[in-house]
Ligand binder design. Sequence first.
Ligand SMILES: Cc1cc2nc3c(=O)[nH]c(=O)nc-3n(C[C@H](O)[C@H](O)[C@H](O)COP(=O)(O)OP(=O)(O)OC[C@H]3O[C@@H](n4cnc5c(N)ncnc54)[C@H](O)[C@@H]3O)c2cc1C
Length: 259
Amino acid sequence: VIPSTVDYVRPGSIEDALAELGAEDAKAIAGGHSLVPMMKLRLARPSRLVDLSALPLRGTTVEGDTIRIGALTTYDELLSRSDLPLPDTLRECAAAVGDVQVRNAGTIGGAIAHGDPASDFAAGVLATEATLVLQSLSGTREIAADAFFLGPFTTALEQQELLIELKIPVPERGEGSAYVSFADPASGYPLAGAAVRVRADGRQTIGLTGVAGRPLRIDGVADVAALDFSLHDDPDHRRQLAVVAVERAIDLARQRAGS
Ligand SMILES: Cc1cc2nc3c(=O)[nH]c(=O)nc-3n(C[C@H](O)[C@H](O)[C@H](O)COP(=O)(O)OP(=O)(O)OC[C@H]3O[C@@H](n4cnc5c(N)ncnc54)[C@H](O)[C@@H]3O)c2cc1C
């Protein structure tokens, strides 16, 4: 399968990349692991690819109570940083993604910006109440993960805007988190995945992926029952998987919070 003809540029600064994205039907490309398959199927037909790989958006740092993950950081780079106080749920979401090749090339920014309703990492970003930093020619803005995912492959990103960084709260004393998913044996994507963060005072936040038109933040198992599963071939089975994923992730997060 061959994509249609496309221009290619590799700007060296964020400002230049944003300017290039002003061309009609231009599209950013990071690891290419979601965009290139869509181009091959001609589900995406950008006129120009703006390669982000030369931008200084790679790497992870801890500042005070915030973990800052650059958008071009790959899953593998994140997983190799055992020194980071990364919440268990995010580490587990990253480890659940695809295979070693996908985790080597796929970026955290690409995973979130793509807006895939079945993204593993999106569930963890919702559960940990991450903040996403977006940059356009008029400056930067911050948006809560919960407000970012709008629908299937649709996010709050504007055409001339880049996701540059994710801000994750460092786990608090006495909190626990976990990710539990049931992966489709053929694709590896989650049929249902639940990321849960439980605080010391018992408050919990849950990110649910694979079951709705977008990765969703929910409060508990009762919210799963209220979702519309009619878009799935087997709604009852899918609902059951979602319920069990949420219940198991809550149990595991509580155990970790207590230990
Ligand atoms: C074989 C295979 C198996 C996979 N299995 C799984 C799985 O089990 N679970 C899972 O969750 N995912 C899975 N994936 C998807 C994978 O996680 C994503 O492809 C990857 O993380 C996307 O990152 P990327 O850098 O490759 O993005 P790209 O493909 O380069 O870009 C994806 C989209 O995001 C946009 N974009 C990228 N970076 C930015 C940015 N910084 N700012 C604004 N827009 C941006 C692009 O314009 C494009 O629309 C799989 C992919 C493959 C190929």
